[in-house]
Ligand binder design. Structure first.
Ligand code: PLP
Length: 292
């Protein structure tokens, strides 16, 4: 089966799917993106992801390339044509192609739209969660508008590589006051000795993760107590549990931080419970049901 990528109106074979060298996504990382989980061929939390996409576009004064129903058709068609049953679908929108200039191009320059999808093994994800992952901590060197989901991911790429070089799975970034902001591509959580969930408020220093929001709903539904406040690396190391959330990793237990064992060294009960019940709270849209 030939894989395809949607690029500006065409479902192109993988080898031919390119954007112009003067695309502002390539020149300036002047673009935004979203990533949705695909589960049994259905999009998970499409409505929330598309609402965040609209916000990212608006914060960067970038035009919406088309309405949400049309974007929904592209997402579904990309998933279908690549026969992704379980995996991820990525949508990237840039400010388009224009002669290189820092200031925005003329208003009639069309945004570029790219969509691609990858399969992911659910079994592998479950195995990873059953063992738990390890993270390292490092300084957060990103710009201050991390609330916008832009394609400018160089700091996160460097952080993830540093984690990999250290034999760890993820990097949690730390602000200048010693508080954890978030992971390279996930939100960070701990559970205190008193059983309270703690995660940093989305108002400062992090991306408002969709999985974070849904995990909060799942926690509320279970009657778990949680608090949105910053926590330090030291507090995380002495927590009874730690975990992270993202559309690709879902609720993923963390069992080591900078080599320090968390809790019993095994994934925590609360993290595993939230992972198990996550999709009861998430919105799963059928392949034929487009957003209104
Ligand atoms: N924080 C960052 C920096 C991310 O890149 C991501 C996901 O890519 C998240 C948090 C988690 O967001 P979501 O749960 O919407 O996938």
């Amino acid at each position: 089966m030939a894989r395809v990528i949607y690029v500006n109106g065409v479902y192109a074979p993988y080898a031919d799917a390119g954007v112009h060298a003067e695309d502002r996504g390539f020149q300036f990382a002047d673009g935004v993106y979203e990533v949705c989980e695909v589960r049994d061929g259905c999009l998970v939390d499409e409505r929330r992801h598309m609402a965040r996409l609209q916000r990212s576009l608006s914060e960067l004064r970038m035009a919406e390339p088309m309405d949400l129903r049309s974007l929904g058709v592209i997402l579904r068609e990309t998933v279908r044509r690549n026969r992704v049953k379980n995996g991820m679908v990525y949508l990237q929108i840039t400010r388009g192609v224009s002669r290189r200039d820092f200031a925005f191009p003329p208003a009639d320059v069309a945004p570029s739209v790219v969509c691609f999808a990858h399969s992911l093994s659910r079994e592998k994800g479950s195995k990873r969660a059953a063992a738990g992952i390890s993270v390292i901590t490092l300084p957060d060197i990103r710009w201050t508008r991390v609330d916008i989901k832009t394609t400018g991911l160089l700091a996160q790429s460097l952080a993830r590589q540093q984690a990999k070089d250290a034999g760890a799975d993820e990097a949690w970034m730390v602000d200048k006051d010693g508080f954890v902001t978030e992971g390279a591509s996930c939100n960070a959580w701990i559970v205190t000795g008193a059983g309270k969930l703690v995660t940093r408020p989305a108002e400062s220093g992090i991306l408002r993760g969709i999985t974070r929001e849904v995990a909060m709903e799942a926690a509320r539904a279970k009657g778990l107590r949680f608090e949105e406040r910053p926590f330090t690396v030291e507090e995380a190391k002495s927590a009874s549990e730690a975990f992270q959330t993202s559309a690709s990793g879902l609720v993923m237990p963390v069992v080591r931080i900078d080599g320090h064992v968390i809790g019993s060294g095994m994934p925590g009960d609360i993290a595993l419970e939230l992972r198990k019940t996550y999709h009861n709270v998430a919105e799963i849209s059928s392949p034929h049901e487009l957003l209104a």
